[in-house]
Design a protein around this ligand. Structure first.
Ligand SMILES: *Cc1c(COP(=O)(O)O)cnc(C)c1O
Length: 363
């Protein structure tokens, strides 16, 4: 189907960006900040681009209230590289690290950490279909654990921690790829946070990494250069050519977030969007929401219908109505609406109106 206008995009990532950001990026393509050089053509060593990096760093520090002595990096390789890189930098061979397994991403993070040290799952919801995240007291942390790793939001299953999990006094390492800057986050209660940008912050190909002084102090001396946090930190994320395009888009999104009420505004909008959809899902047995109520995500909402045929009809009719990206992850099936920071409430209103009409017609 060819389209002349933008759909309501519920894709799980890369995800929809605010319209004004898309337009700002488009206008920078031929000429970035009146430098006479296009956004994808400018040197990362230029003064103009340095202004972009500095601005993005300052904005994200303000937006997330990042403590002054923490380091911010814009790296490449996605969150998937951080699965390994975080463990490689924080653990010495044989040392222990504890993981909470709440879905496919934390499984992958654990697997990579096991290449480095004694990384262990301390809680795993696999047998329950990953419907929930652990509650206080449902797991223990080993005395010797160097850190606790968790995934704050689980895109595949639509679950999310409602508060930072107890780490028994150990440093927290967080994969915040799918809810960064969209839910409350106490950065100072963590020692390492990483997030691929393509869901809540910008395009793919750039990863936000936030490190405490403790995290940097753990880094060994003989790591492969590109996998060494200290190398990137000492060069202000410009050790090698970074994703210049991605960092510019990040700066635009951070500015958009600041102009729209900062983190508090973002949290409020995301809660309002999620409430609209959960209200519809809870209104009738017609829908079968996946996540346990105490673990529901505001970013990815997943549900099923009574049978697969009806799910296919739903997806097909939604697509025709200009509602896209709703097919559940291939490992889970069903329906998934991803509603990250860039998703406007109008899109959710359109989805809920479609669902109400669909429910009445098929009941
Ligand atoms: C999407 C996602 C990833 C994968 O990120 P890549 O940038 O593709 O490596 C990892 N963790 C979480 C929580 C995600 O949502």
């Amino acid at each position: 189907m060819t389209r002349t206008s933008r759909i309501h995009n519920f894709g799980a990532g890369p995800a929809v960006l605010p319209q004004s950001v898309v337009e700002e990026v488009a206008s920078a393509l031929p000429n970035l900040m009146e430098s006479g050089i296009g956004l994808c053509e400018i040197s990362h060593r230029s003064e103009t681009f340095q202004r972009v990096v500095d601005s993005a760093m300052e904005r994200v520090r303000r937006l997330l209230t990042i403590p002054e002595d923490y380091t911010v990096l814009f790296l490449q390789g996605g969150a998937s590289l951080q699965f390994y890189m975080s463990a490689l930098n924080l653990l010495k061979p044989g040392e222990q690290a504890d993981y909470l397994i709440t879905g496919g991403w934390s499984q992958k993070a654990l697997k990579e950490a096991q290449r480095v040290g004694d990384a262990q799952s301390r809680w795993d919801d696999f047998s329950n279909g990953f419907k929930a995240v652990p509650q206080q007291g449902e797991y223990t942390i080993r005395d010797g654990a160097v850190y606790l790793h968790y995934t704050s939001n689980n895109t595949l299953y639509g679950t999310q921690y409602q508060r930072h999990p107890d780490s028994g006094g150990k440093p927290r390492v967080l994969d915040a790829s799918s809810d960064i800057a969209g839910v409350p986050l106490d950065v100072s209660a963590h020692d390492l946070i990483y997030a691929g940008a393509q869901k809540n912050l910008g395009p793919s190909g750039v990863t936000l990494v936030i490190l405490s002084p403790w995290a940097l102090s753990r880094v060994g001396n003989d790591l492969p250069t590109m996998l060494d946090y200290n190398v990137h930190a000492s060069k202000g994320s410009l050790f090698n050519t970074p994703n210049t395009f991605g960092i510019f888009v990040l700066d635009c999104v951070f500015k958009w977030l600041e102009d729209n009420g900062g983190l508090a505004g973002s949290i409020e909008r995301n809660q309002a969007k999620a409430s609209l959809l959960y209200d519809e899902l809870d209104s009738s047995e017609f829908w079968k929401p996946h996540a346990s109520k105490d673990s529901r995500s505001v970013m990815n909402i997943t549900w099923r219908l009574h049978n697969k045929e009806l799910e296919s009809v739903f997806l097909h009719e939604a697509e025709n109505a200009g509602l896209g990206g709703l097919k559940g992850h291939r490992s889970v099936g069903g329906i998934r609406a991803s509603m990250y920071n860039g998703c406007p409430i109008e899109s959710v209103e359109a989805l809920v109106a479609f669902m109400q009409e669909f429910r009445v017609r098929h009941t």
